[in-house]
Design a protein around this ligand. Structure first.
Ligand code: UDP
Length: 248
């Protein structure tokens, strides 16, 4: 489905995992993206970012705003497949299948702590390596070296935040022995226990974004500059569809 220029796949959690398994097994390095309204607004302003998202091997609807837009347009998506949930499902799959997992990004020490906690929670999980590195191109050579030293990485989580992580993947993953890469945003912060994830009920109510805002108020500037734009565009598109005019 096209959401204001960004391709999103209408998958359930099970379908997303099945697709990821096939992608890991494919000999080419592949990548998954998990768009939310912020991704969509940034992609409208940056054609290169939009191309990276649209060339992905799987694109799951992470943000509730995307499901709201799809419903407004009369073409609802089946499930909200959040990046954080998909990341944990892939960790479980890694344990089952003996995949080797590499954790890249976040603040120094966070990926190591996330690895330690994951191994406690999922005995038998194989961590190929961890590295904070730098998100920009100046850090690429050093990070590629660190990932290569770890040997084959079936799954690579990249935590550099929206856009930078997808750009990192596009620049580097084709040159690495990686099965499947995924930009995971703040997931390593959750996995390390440094940031609390919204409780299950809050997620079910669809207000996990509000919980995250309360936990990390500094995010308000970013979200305040993208979410209203997304809602405006979604409503305008709904109106266009009703009046039968062609989309922007
Ligand atoms: N991050 C990083 N380097 C950067 C920018 C971000 O390591 O240059 C990390 C940050 O520490 C956090 C993660 O990227 O662990 C996700 O950041 P954010 O909360 O902005 O993610 P998003 O909102 O995109 O999920």
């Amino acid at each position: 489905m096209d959401i204001l220029g960004v391709r999103v796949d209408d998958v359930t959690h099970d379908e997303a995992v099945t697709r990821c398994v096939a992608l890991v097994e494919d000999p080419q390095p592949r990548y998954v993206v998990t768009p939310n309204p912020e991704f969509v607004v940034l992609a409208r302003r940056d054609g290169r970012f939009r191309s990276i998202l649209n060339a992905s091997d799987l694109s799951t609807p992470d943000g509730g705003g995307l499901l709201l837009a799809a419903r407004l347009w009369g073409t609802p998506l089946r499930e909200q497949v959040r990046g954080t949930d998909l990341a944990y499902l892939l960790v479980e799959e890694a344990v089952r299948r003996g995949w080797r997992l590499f954790l890249l990004g976040a603040a120094p020490g966070v990926a190591e702590e996330a690895a330690r906690r994951l191994q406690q929670r999922y005995p038998g999980l194989e961590i190929a390596g961890t590295f904070a590195g730098r998100a920009g191109p100046e850090g690429d050579a050093e990070t590629r070296e660190a990932v290569r030293r770890a040997g084959r990485c079936d799954v690579l989580f990249v935590a550099y935040g929206v856009k930078r992580q997808e750009e990192w993947i596009a620049r580097n993953v084709p040159q690495l022995d990686v099965g499947l890469a995924m930009g995971v945003g703040g997931v390593l912060d959750f996995m390390s226990g440094r940031v609390r994830r919204a409780p299950y009920v809050v997620r079910r109510l669809g207000i996990d974004w509000l919980f995250r805002l309360l936990m990390q108020p500094s995010r308000i500037k970013r979200q305040g500059s993208t979410i209203p734009v997304f809602l405006f565009l979604a409503l305008r598109e709904a109106l266009r569809r009703r009046t039968g005019r062609s989309p922007a």
